[in-house]
Design a protein around this ligand. Structure first.
Ligand code: TRP
Length: 324
């Protein structure tokens, strides 16, 4: 059998798994398992850049692992692991930082955005976030990286750093490229910002139906439709956007909305029930996972990832001139 290309991606454990995580990343991760050798991990080191108390991440790590398994990440085909259980990632971050000019990192736009979001905690870890991300990728020699557009600047930096490392020492690290996830930007319940756990505008995937109903009912709808009898503007309505993302018959609802035959509240009610129905298999799969199984899958995946990482570090240390 031909050797399959190795790809890698990670997700930060910052809160409940939501529609943006699913549509923007996990759904794609699941599909890629058919074609690639996949390494997927929970980026708990990265979470420390904005939340320094690791205890707060414990439950979130567990929840995210269970959710990823429930939506279809298959531990028989993919390596699912916890970043901090592969400490070689941290060592590689250090060694990569020696060949990374400060100006390259200063250029990355996400740092400025993150610093603005967390003005009271602008730490060095946050600044070197993309180098840690590079170490994630390079430590397992992943060559394809499924990510959204927002991560392209990081990927470009990682490629430059890998190139610089290889030129400075020896050709050890393959240059990765982005496998762009072609999903639209999923806005949160506020209808303004991208759906995000930090902003708190999420709609869950495997949460209890009651929670999902509440979240959907809090959604901001068409502001240009003050009365139920006014015609709606589906293109500008975030609730209608969700119909389009999730349901084949979305046009039918857009038409009803344009003709004022359906109101914003009705649309929310239907949306909530259909999302609940659509994700019922995930909710069920998740409830059938025992905590022991989830933990052992993550432990086994972490051990496998660590074996790969150790080998890379031996090569890296030799190339740099450190005792192997
Ligand atoms: N920075 C990514 C995000 O916020 C998460 C991440 C960390 C990642 N390390 C990675 C993604 C390595 C891809 C590869 O979404």
């Amino acid at each position: 059998m031909a050797v399959r290309t190795r790809i890698l991606s990670g997700m930060r454990p910052t809160g409940r798994f939501h529609l943006g995580n699913y549509l923007g990343a996990a759904k794609n991760w699941v599909e890629l398992q058919d074609r690639y050798e996949c390494f997927y991990f929970i980026a708990d080191y990265h979470a420390l850049t904005t939340e320094p108390d690791g205890h707060k991440a414990e439950d979130k790590v567990f929840d995210l692992t269970a959710d990823l398994l429930a939506v279809g990440i298959d531990p028989k085909r993919s390596v699912l692991y916890l970043q901090s259980k592969v400490p070689e990632v941290a060592e590689l971050t250090l060694l990569l930082s020696m060949v990374t000019p400060l100006s390259w990192v200063q250029r990355v736009p996400t740092f400025k955005q993150m610093a603005k979001q967390h003005p009271d905690n602008v730490n060095l870890g946050l600044f070197s976030y993309p180098i840690l991300q590079g170490a994630d990728i390079l430590v397992v020699k992943g060559t394809g990286v499924p990510v959204g557009k927002d991560q392209l600047a990081h990927l470009e930096l990682v490629r430059e750093v890998a190139r610089r490392f290889n030129r400075t020492y020896a050709s050890v690290l393959p240059e990765p490229h982005a496998l762009l996830t072609e999903t639209p930007l999923i806005k949160g319940t506020d209808g303004k910002k991208r759906m995000s756990k930090t902003v708190g505008n999420i709609v869950g995937v495997t949460d209890d139906p009651e929670v999902i109903r509440k979240q959907v009912h809090s959604m901001v709808t068409d502001v240009k439709r003050p009365r139920r009898s006014d015609p709606g503007h589906p293109r500008q309505c975030n609730v209608c956007a969700f119909y389009k993302y999730f349901f084949d018959d979305w046009q039918h609802y857009w038409d009803l909305c344009r003709k004022a035959e359906i109101g914003c509240n009705d649309k929310k009610k239907i949306l909530a029930e259909r999302l609940i129905e659509r994700f019922a298999p995930f909710r069920e799969a998740r409830s059938e996972l025992s905590p022991e199984l989830v933990t052992s899958i993550l432990d086994e995946g972490s051990a496998r990832a660590r074996d790969v990482a150790r080998q890379t570090l031996r090569e890296v240390r030799t190339a740099v001139g450190l005792p192997a």
